[in-house]
Design a protein around this ligand. Structure first.
Ligand code: C2E
Ligand code: MG
Ligand code: MG
Ligand code: MG
Length: 294
């Protein structure tokens, strides 16, 4: 607890200073170890793309999935992306890793569509660094042509922060990607500070409402009215809305009533390996009357 730590730091004198120093060193050591092994992770095949289903809130059918990167460190086990993505960004490794994720997601999604005989779309997260990579557009095209995935089945997720870092450059890259037929979304929408005017400048198709936004407590207006107003605005701008982090039936009802288009969250499914996703989709494909229930 931060208050307690502050109190101890103020009152504890020298011993506490040493305590904090030891903590810092352990943290720094972990980071250094991760940094070191991250350099070899790609060639050692330690990455795996997991997929979280995205559901149409009217029909409750899966329409696609989000690719979420996982790193299985040989000694340290599963490392969350919140920990290794920033290191990959700092150390100039994110472009190579991102290209691998893109190629993998396109190939696996096309293969899944072939095996299951149904249309799906896949979204891939891009970091701000990738948006600045001159090789980005070329590697996206390569991933599409090598996999045979139609461009309209690939969506790129960008955060507002990444987009506004260099607006003119972002607009150019996004226009090129739109011309190639891709879908573009704003990830973690509602957590930035830039207001809404930037939406006029970027050719995006989808807003992904951040989980914290979906769950927030509002003063005065109810959360329902707040979310409804936002969804209406998005629809007026010809954007569709995906809610992130749906965990409870109550929130699902609220979002459905607010005409939110799609959703993701633990209520439907957690991110999972490809093989499990395939099973999940196969089970969904069985009509209720043949599922052996009742
Ligand atoms: P994000 O793109 O906003 O992804 C949503 C995160 O919320 C994922 O965490 C997902 O597992 C989690 N989530 C999904 N449903 C729920 C729910 O109902 N409740 C809660 N509490 N969480 C839920 P994850 O997989 O740990 O990824 C974290 C972030 O790491 C992502 O946030 C994204 O910004 C980044 N990331 C993941 N994969 C990649 C990648 O391939 N490239 C880049 N550049 N970033 C990635
Ligand atoms: Mg995302
Ligand atoms: Mg998000
Ligand atoms: Mg998020």
């Amino acid at each position: 607890n931060a208050d307690t730590a502050m109190y101890r730091a103020k009152t504890g004198g020298r011993n506490n200073f040493q305590f904090f120093e030891a903590e810092m060193t352990a943290e720094a050591k972990r980071r250094m170890a991760l940094e070191h092994s991250l350099r070899r992770a790609l060639e050692r095949n330690e990455f795996e793309v997991h997929y979280q289903p995205r559901v149409d809130l009217k029909s409750l059918r899966v329409v696609g999935m989000e690719a979420l990167l996982r790193w299985n460190h040989p000694q340290m086990g599963w490392i969350p992306p919140s920990e290794f993505i920033p290191i990959a960004e700092d150390k100039g490794m994110i472009n190579a890793i991102g290209q691998w994720v893109m190629a993998q997601a396109c190939r696996q999604t096309q293969a899944l569509m072939d095996r299951l005989g149904r249309a799906l779309s896949v979204s891939v997260n891009l970091s701000a660094h990738q948006l600045r990579d001159p090789a980005l557009v070329g590697s996206v095209r390569a991933a599409l042509s090598e996999s045979g995935l139609p461009p309209s089945a690939l969506e790129l997720e960008l955060t507002e922060t990444a987009l506004i870092e260099d607006v003119d450059h972002s607009v150019n890259v996004l226009r090129t990607l739109k011309q190639a037929g891709l879908m573009l979304s704003v990830d973690d929408f509602g957590t930035g500070y830039s207001g809404l005017s930037y939406l006029k400048r970027f050719p995006v198709d989808i807003l992904k409402l951040d989980r914290s936004f979906v769950y927030q407590r509002t003063e005065g207006v109810s959360s329902f009215e707040f979310i409804k107003a936002l969804v209406d605005m998005a629809h007026a701008l010809k954007l569709s809305v995906v809610a992130e982090g749906i965990e409870t039936p109550d929130i699902l009802t609220l979002l459905t009533d607010a005409s939110c288009d799609h959703g993701q969250g633990y209520l439907f499914a957690r991110p999972m390996p490809l093989a499990r996703l395939e099973q999940f989709l196969e089970e969904e494909n069985v009509p209720a009357s043949e599922s052996g229930g009742a």
